[in-house]
Design a protein around this ligand. Structure first.
Ligand code: FA5
Length: 340
């Protein structure tokens, strides 16, 4: 029995020494001192021994128990200290690590173009006006002298909400809305905004796009004022070496009407961008039709003016050499981050 106990002690000490975690050590403790533990069983057997043998074996069992218990306690402290240290290391805060910078946003390329054009016109004494995107048929068409049979009024060209309400197809309705408000004061506004048409999405068309409208109404305003203002704009926006060309056109709300082209950066040599014509179409314009002035209560005998409207996407495409309008709407950061 004495030999057996010594053997148990050796094994117990070995197992406690080999335990790598406090949890493993608890298992060793249980194996020797638990209810059915190896040393507990020996203590129970003491009662079965003769009164002469009992003190001797009692002493040996106590010595074994004491030695193993002491070692288990020491080992437990070692393991707990080690575990605490590991935990501290794993949770250590390195205050010198560089922080994670939040990604900064930047304006969308279309907003950059709108801002730049707006700034140019603010410098020429224009102010910014706005109007609703959900518009009355009256302002979108009727007040602009667009007759009932005009194709733009067809359901297949415009997005109607009711018979009399639609998503505006251009920024021109803000012309009459503004004139009504300020009449008989002179008007000098630009109107950046979103417009909607029943157009299929392709490389140069989108059903939602942006326009910038311009309107100047005062006494003695002539067509040459229009050409002068547009030339200043074109040279600021595209470069001092550019010139403007006016081509006769038709809009129901301007008379006479014109398409405005800017000379291409290839200086007339011909390139892919201008399709070898040397000119790029940038906007529609004209003198405000007397009927439109009258509709907004201005006396056409006294007042005259000009208006123009440009497509922001098309201008941005010319400016940045972008060949597909869809890039503007796809939210691809590889595209957008080039404008930061
Ligand atoms: C107009 O919308 C007139 N309101 C412009 C105007 C204003 C003329 C004031 C005279 C006086 P138009 O339908 O041509 O005109 O459109 C103007 C510009 O919008 C076009 O030159 C083109 O650049 C752009 N545009 C037209 N449809 C689309 C489309 N589906 N996607 C992108 N841009 C478009």
């Amino acid at each position: 029995m004495q030999e057996e106990l010594k053997q148990i002690l050796v094994e117990g000490l070995q197992e406690a020494g080999a335990a790598a975690t406090s949890q493993e050590l608890s298992a060793v403790r249980l194996k020797y001192f638990g209810k059915k533990g190896l040393i507990t069983q020996y203590s129970r057997r003491l009662g079965m021994l003769s009164p002469e043998e009992r003190p001797r074996f009692g002493k040996i069992i106590n010595e074994v128990r004491q030695e193993l218990e002491e070692y288990l306690t020491t080992r437990e402290q070692e393991l707990l200290a080690l575990e605490e240290q590991r935990k501290l290391e794993s949770e250590r805060l390195d205050v010198e690590l560089p922080g994670r910078r939040p990604r900064r946003g930047h304006p969308h390329p279309l907003q950059l173009i709108i801002q730049e054009i707006t700034t140019t016109f603010l410098g020429m004494g224009f102010s910014v006006a706005e109007g609703p995107e959900v518009e009355l048929d009256y302002y979108n068409f009727e007040a602009l002298n667009i007759p009932p049979e005009h194709p733009a009024r067809e359901m297949h060209d415009s997005l109607y909400i009711t018979d009399k309400i639609l998503l505006r197809t251009h920024t021109s309705p803000v012309q009459v809305r503004t004139m009504e408000k300020v009449c008989p004061q002179p008007v000098r506004i630009i109107v950046p905004g979103r417009v909607y048409r029943r157009d299929a999405l392709d490389a140069t068309h989108s059903p939602i796009f942006h326009q910038i409208e311009g309107l100047l109404v005062d006494k003695h305003i002539t067509f040459s004022d229009l050409k002068g203002i547009l030339t200043v704009f074109v040279q600021k926006f595209f470069g001092e070496d550019r010139t403007v060309r006016l081509r006769p056109s038709f809009f129901p709300f301007t008379e006479p009407s014109t398409e405005v082209d800017v000379s291409c950066g290839c200086q007339g040599r011909g390139c892919r961008i201008c399709k070898n014509t040397g000119w790029l179409e940038i906007l529609g314009a004209g003198s405000v039709h007397p009927k439109v002035l009258a509709m907004a209560n201005y006396d056409p005998e006294l007042y005259s003016g000009f208006a123009f409207g440009m497509g922001v996407e098309r201008i941005a495409m010319l400016r940045y050499g972008i060949t597909d309008i869809r890039h503007f709407y796809e939210n691809d950061l590889r595209f957008l981050s080039q404008f930061s």
